[in-house]
Design a protein around this ligand. Structure first.
Ligand SMILES: O=P(O)(O)OC[C@H]1O[C@H](O[C@H]2O[C@H](CO)[C@@H](O)[C@H](O)[C@H]2O)[C@H](O)[C@@H](O)[C@@H]1O
Length: 679
C-alpha cells in the first residue's frame, strides 16, 4: 500500500510504483539495441519492473500485443508502449486532459466548482505511464547513435527516467534564432518551430473535395440548409469533437449549442438558418470541401497547441476582442479578389515550403547539431528522485593532483598565484568572513617567495579586503572584480573601471528595493562600484525565483546603461561593464611579462563565475602574454561544469593545496640573477 506522504510521490520516480494486476507475464519484444551491457543491466534492475507487469493495452488485446509489436517493428521500425487500461484512463483522460492540458492552455477553471482537487491517483498513473514509455525506449535505444525526441506534455517525466539509466550529454552553440540554455554542463537548445501541414494530403483532399464532396455538400448542406440569401450569409460552425473529456468541456459544448440556438431563434427566416452547427467528426475531404466553398474561415482558438488548421491568407484577430473579430470577418467577406489572391500567394508560399516534412527535417538537423559533441562529454548523475540531475563534464576535467603541481611549482621561476575569496579560501557557509590565522600565514609564506606574484581576486569591497589582509604586506588585491587593484599594501589603489558614472544606481536601487520589500530575508549591499542584492537568507525557492525575475527586470531597465547584471552565489550584482576577473588576470600576466618576468607557472582558482579568469588563459598564450610552455593550473572548487581543467572539492582542500605550495616555497629564495650576483 502506498503511503500518502509527499516523499513517496518522489519515490515514484525511483520506479517504486503501485503494482498493477497482471494476468500474464508479457514476453519481451525482440531487441533492436546494440549495446549488450546496458540491456543486461536493465534486465535485472527491479526498478524496471513495470513494463514486465503490463497486463493489457487499451486498444490492442493483450494476447495480440506481441504479434502487433513484432509487426510494427518489422514493417515500420516502430515499438509501441502498451498501457494497461486502468493506467491509460487515469494518465490520458485524467492527469493529461484534466490537469496538464488546461494548465498549458490557460484554461484554468473559472470557478471553484469546475476545478477538481489534485488527485494523487491520476498523478501516479501519469508517472507510471511515463515509466512504461521509458522502459520501451531503454529496450530499443542504441545510446551511441540514437536521438530521443520526446514530444508534448504527456511525457514530461520521461526525460528524468531516461537520464537515470543512461544520460545524453549535450553541448550547444548559440546560433541566430535559437536560445541556448546552459544546464549542468549541457546546453539545451530552444527554438520556435511551427508544425507544418502535410501538403500532399491536403492537396489530394482538395482534389477529392473538388470532385466529390463539394457537390455533395453543395447539394446537401449549402444549398438546402444555408443558402446565401440577399445580404445575408450563413455561418457553419464546424465543431471537431475534442479527444479529451471533462466537466469544462461538457459545459463549453453546452454553451456553444445554447449560443447557436439563441442566434438562430433571433435571426432565422424561412429557408435561412444563420448557424449550422456540426457536432460530429468531419472527414478531412469533407472539411476541405467546406474550406473550399467558404468565403471566410474563422479560427478563434484562444490558445493553440498543434492545431493544423489551414492558414489561408489570414487576417489576424484577437479572439477576445469581439468587435475586432466581427470587423475582420466583414473585411474578409468584402475583400476584393485581387487582394485575396495576393495574400493567399504570400502565405501559400510559406505554408507549402514549410510543410510537416520540412518541420521534421529541420527538427532532426537541430537535434544533430545540438548533440554532435555529446559523446565527448562524461555524464555524472547526482541527487535523488526529481532532484536528480545529470552533469556533463569535459573528459579532461579531473581532480588537481597536488603532488604533480608541487613538482612543477618547484621547477618554476616566475609564478602567478591568483585566488578568489568567497567559496574558495572562505567557506560560503562560514559566519565569520575574516580569513583565519592559518590562511594569513600561508598567504604570507607564498608572497614572501620572490618567485611568486600572489593576488586575491574578489568581488568584495576594498575596505573589507584591506582590513582582512592588513597583515599580508606583499599580497596583491583586486577588489570589486578588479575595479580597484593594488600590488602590495605599500602601493596605492588603482581605479581600473572605465567609467566613474554611477547614475545607473538610481535606476537599479529602486528596483532592488521593490524585491527586497517583497522578499523576506533579502538585503542590498552597496559597494563603491556595484550594487548587490543578496537572498541567501530568504526562502530558497522563493528567493531564487525572485532573483531570476529581478535579473530580467534589471537587464531591461538598465539596457542602455554601461553596466552588466550578473547572478552569483545567492546574489544578483550590477557592476560596471568590462569589469571581470579575466581582465584582472590579463593585467597581472601582462605586467609580469613587461617586467621581464613572464609567468612560467599559473595557478588560478575560483568557485563560480570567477571562471572568467580561466577563459582568458588561452588568449593570453596566443597573444604572447603567457608562453606556450607556461604550466597552467586552472582550478574550480566543486565538481561541476567549468572552463577550468581541474577541481578541488571544497575550500578546505584549497587551503591544504596552498599550504603544500607554501611548504615548497623558499621565503628567502633568490632569483637566478640575484644568485649570480651573490656568488
Ligand atoms: O569574488 P568573491 O570573493 O567570491 O566575492 C563575491 C561576493 O562575495 C560576497 O557575497 C558572498 O558572501 C555573502 C556572505 O558574506 C553571501 O551571503 C553571498 O551569498 C555570497 O555571494 C559579497 O557580499 C559580494 O559583494 C561579492 O560579489
Amino acid at each position: 500500500m502506498m503511503s500518502r506522504s509527499y516523499t513517496n510521490l518522489l519515490d515514484l520516480a525511483e520506479g517504486n510504483f503501485p503494482v498493477m494486476s497482471h494476468p500474464r507475464e508479457k514476453k519481451r519484444l525482440t531487441r533492436v539495441m546494440t549495446v549488450p551491457g546496458v540491456i543486461s543491466e536493465l534486465d535485472d534492475d527491479p526498478a524496471n519492473s513495470v513494463s514486465s507487469d503490463v497486463p493489457s493495452s487499451v486498444d490492442v488485446d493483450v494476447n495480440e500485443q506481441d504479434e502487433v509489436s513484432q509487426h510494427l517493428l518489422d514493417k515500420f521500425k516502430c515499438v509501441p508502449a502498451f498501457l494497461p487500461p486502468e493506467i491509460f484512463m487515469k494518465f490520458y483522460h485524467g492527469f493529461c486532459k484534466q490537469n496538464l492540458w488546461p494548465l498549458f492552455h490557460y484554461m484554468l477553471p473559472l470557478s471553484v466548482n469546475r476545478g477538481g482537487r489534485f488527485d494523487r491517483s491520476l498523478w501516479e498513473a501519469y508517472v507510471a505511464a511515463n515509466k512504461i514509455f521509458s522502459q520501451r525506449v531503454i529496450e530499443v535505444i542504441n545510446p551511441e547513435d540514437d536521438y530521443v525526441w520526446i514530444h508534448d506534455y504527456h511525457l514530461m517525466v520521461l526525460p528524468t527516467f531516461l537520464r537515470r539509466s543512461r544520460m545524453f550529454g549535450l553541448e550547444y552553440q548559440s546560433k541566430r534564432g535559437y536560445i541556448g540554455l546552459e544546464y549542468y554542463g549541457r546546453t539545451i537548445g530552444i527554438k520556435i518551430m511551427p508544425v507544418g501541414v502535410h501538403m500532399e494530403q491536403i492537396e489530394s483532399a482538395l482534389r477529392l473535395a473538388d470532385e466529390e464532396s463539394i457537390i455533395a455538400i453543395g447539394n446537401r448542406a449549402v444549398v438546402e440548409k444555408a443558402p446565401k440569401v440577399a445580404g445575408k450569409s450563413s455561418a457553419r460552425t464546424d465543431h471537431d469533437p475534442a479527444r479529451g473529456r471533462g466537466k469544462d468541456l461538457e459545459s463549453t459544448q453546452a454553451e456553444i449549442k445554447a449560443s447557436c440556438m439563441r442566434i438562430n431563434e433571433a435571426f432565422r427566416q424561412p429557408g435561412y438558418e444563420p448557424i449550422v452547427f456540426i457536432d460530429k467528426p468531419v472527414s478531412l475531404s469533407e472539411r476541405v470541401a467546406y474550406y473550399t466553398i467558404a468565403e471566410c474561415v474563422v479560427v478563434t482558438a484562444v490558445r493553440d497547441g498543434m492545431n493544423l488548421t489551414p492558414y489561408d491568407g489570414a487576417i489576424r484577430v484577437n479572439p477576445w476582442n469581439i468587435e475586432a473579430t466581427a470587423e475582420a470577418m466583414n473585411e474578409a467577406i468584402s475583400m476584393v479578389d485581387a487582394e485575396k489572391q495576393l495574400r493567399h500567394e504570400k502565405h501559400y508560399r510559406y505554408v507549402s515550403s514549410h510543410d510537416v516534412a520540412f518541420w521534421s527535417r529541420s527538427f532532426f538537423q537541430d537535434m544533430e547539431r545540438t548533440c554532435k559533441d555529446h559523446f565527448r562529454r562524461r555524464c555524472w548523475g547526482i541527487g535523488l528522485s526529481f532532484g536528480f540531475r545529470v552533469v556533463a563534464l569535459d573528459p579532461n576535467f579531473r581532480k588537481l593532483s597536488i603532488d604533480h603541481m608541487e613538482s612543477v611549482y618547484l621547477r618554476s621561476k616566475n609564478r602567478a598565484i591568483l585566488f578568489d575569496y568567497d567559496g574558495t579560501v572562505m567557506p560560503q557557509a562560514s559566519h565569520n568572513k575574516a580569513p583565519s590565522v592559518e590562511v594569513i600565514s600561508i598567504i604570507n609564506t607564498l608572497s614572501d617567495d620572490s618567485k611568486n606574484t600572489v593576488f586575491v581576486v574578489s568581488g568584495r569591497g576594498r575596505e573589507s579586503l584591506d582590513k582582512w589582509f592588513s597583515r599580508c604586506k606583499k599580497l596583491g588585491i583586486a577588489a570589486e572584480h578588479g575595479y580597484f587593484m593594488r600590488w602590495s599594501s605599500d602601493d596605492k589603489w588603482e581605479v581600473r573601471g572605465q567609467s566613474s558614472e554611477f547614475g545607473w544606481k538610481e535606476i537599479a536601487e529602486p528596483v532592488m528595493k521593490l524585491y527586497t520589500e517583497a522578499t523576506d530575508g533579502s538585503s542590498i549591499e552597496t559597494k563603491e562600484s556595484a550594487l548587490v542584492w543578496h537572498h541567501r537568507d530568504a526562502d530558497p525557492s522563493f528567493g531564487s525565483s525572485q532573483a531570476k525575475e529581478m535579473l530580467d527586470h534589471l537587464e531591461s531597465v538598465l539596457a542602455n546603461e554601461p553596466v552588466t547584471v550578473k547572478s552569483g552565489q545567492y546574489i544578483i550584482e550590477v557592476k560596471p561593464q568590462g569589469l571581470t576577473k579575466g581582465v584582472v588576470a590579463e593585467k597581472i600576466f601582462t605586467t609580469m611579462a613587461e617586467n621581464g618576468r613572464q609567468a612560467d607557472f599559473v595557478l588560478c582558482i575560483g568557485d563560480d563565475r570567477s571562471d572568467e579568469m580561466f577563459e582568458i588563459i588561452s588568449s593570453a598564450i596566443s597573444g604572447g602574454i603567457l608562453s606556450s610552455n607556461t604550466s597552467v593550473f586552472a582550478c574550480t572548487v566543486g565538481q561541476k561544469p567549468s572552463k577550468a581543467k581541474y577541481y578541488l572539492d571544497d575550500p578546505a582542500e584549497v587551503v591544504n593545496m596552498l599550504q603544500a605550495l607554501a611548504e615548497a616555497s623558499d621565503p628567502v629564495s633568490l632569483t637566478d640573477a640575484e644568485s649570480d650576483i651573490s656568488l
